[in-house]
Design a protein around this ligand. Structure first.
Ligand code: BDR
Ligand code: CA
Length: 322
């Protein structure tokens, strides 16, 4: 079983990531931490609690950072609506938050488990993760991996160059990519292959029940916002891709690269600049010894879409039976 902490900003696709993590027996969901991103942290926390309440997911939920480390807050209201999860109807949350701040929850949980057994799965801006690294750097050595939704080696979505989670807190992303741990970047190049196609929507509809309706309502809402803005035919199920990879690493192929986060560019702030190993080491970042290329990051490349869809439908069927 893979022990994970899901750090999220629900968020439509975040909600599906929660359901996938809770609905697959290979995942031991140690807790959910929330962050400001798609909406403010009050709303993303309420949404996380509501999803857990609605579907009987009994894991600790810890509220995290109200805003990025340095820049002003950037919300994705035009994609996720005024509540952060517009469209589907959810019950009010009926259980209490963990008493700890998300940053302390992450540190406590990682340090309480054996070395290299807990994976961090950030699928919102990486503020909580960066603060946890700053507060207790021992977690860098201790975690198994970081599998993060965010970034891109081709296009952005919030700007031509930058993806939302990295753009939402670039300095935090810089901390995460520079820390000496095993990071996988599950960027837009991958998640734009993870589309809720008509076939997937029909399979979810065939399962039936309130949770299937919830997922279909998510996609119906997102199709009206995300699809229009990004010229994608179907809604992208971004965040669930990270959880899918924890369940079955063969769900996407990967390549090694050296990733740097652009912090100063006038038009490119928040861009994840990727130097791929397969380029033969010809294209270095150059400069001082500390800037030498080291291909220690992993980049998600090609999704096995049928396998991804099977995992979503399987989790839905299991949760519906519980
Ligand atoms: C990311 O931004 C958010 O809107 C989604 O939840 C996802 O984590 C995609 O760029
Ligand atoms: Ca998200």
């Amino acid at each position: 079983m893979e022990k994970i902490i899901l750090d999220c900003d629900p968020g439509h696709d975040d909600a599906i990531a929660i359901l996938l993590a809770a609905g697959n027996p290979k995942i031991d969901l140690l807790g959910i931490t929330t962050v400001s991103g798609n909406h403010n942290v009050e709303n993303t926390t309420r949404n996380a609690l509501s999803v857990c309440t609605a579907y009987g997911i009994k894991v600790p939920v810890a509220k995290g950072s109200p805003g990025p480390l340095i820049i002003d807050q950037v919300l994705a209201v035009e994609i996720h609506g005024d509540t952060g999860l517009d469209g589907p109807v959810l019950p009010p949350a009926s259980f209490e938050l963990d008493k700890r701040h998300a940053v302390d929850f992450i540190i406590d949980t990682v340090m309480a488990h054996a070395p290299k057994t807990v994976t961090l799965v950030p699928v919102g801006p990486y503020t909580n993760i960066a603060l946890a690294v700053r507060k207790d750097p021992r977690i860098v050595e201790r975690v198994k991996r970081v599998v993060a939704m965010g970034g891109s080696y081709t296009r952005g979505n919030i700007t031509p160059a930058a993806e939302f989670n990295v753009y939402g807190d670039p300095e935090a992303a810089d901390v995460v990519f520079r820390a000496n741990w095993d990071v996988t970047m599950v960027g837009l190049d991958l998640t734009h292959q993870a589309l809720a196609t008509k076939e997937l929507q029909d399979r979810v509809r065939a399962v039936g029940g309130p949770m299937a309706k919830f997922i279909l309502d998510i996609w119906e809402f997102i199709a009206t916002t995300h699809g229009g803005l990004l010229q994608i035919e179907y809604p992208a199920v971004h965040d669930a891709c990270c959880v899918a990879a924890m369940i079955d690493p063969t769900v996407f192929t990967t390549e090694k690269a050296d990733i740097r986060v652009e912090l100063a560019g006038r038009w490119t702030k928040g861009m994840t600049v990727c130097n791929f190993e397969k380029m033969g080491g010809m294209h270095h970042f150059g400069g001082t010894a500390s800037e030498q290329t080291d291909f220690r990051h992993t980049v998600a490349m090609k999704l096995d879409h049928p396998k991804f869809c099977d995992l979503i439908v399987d989790a839905l069927e299991r949760l519906a039976r519980q």
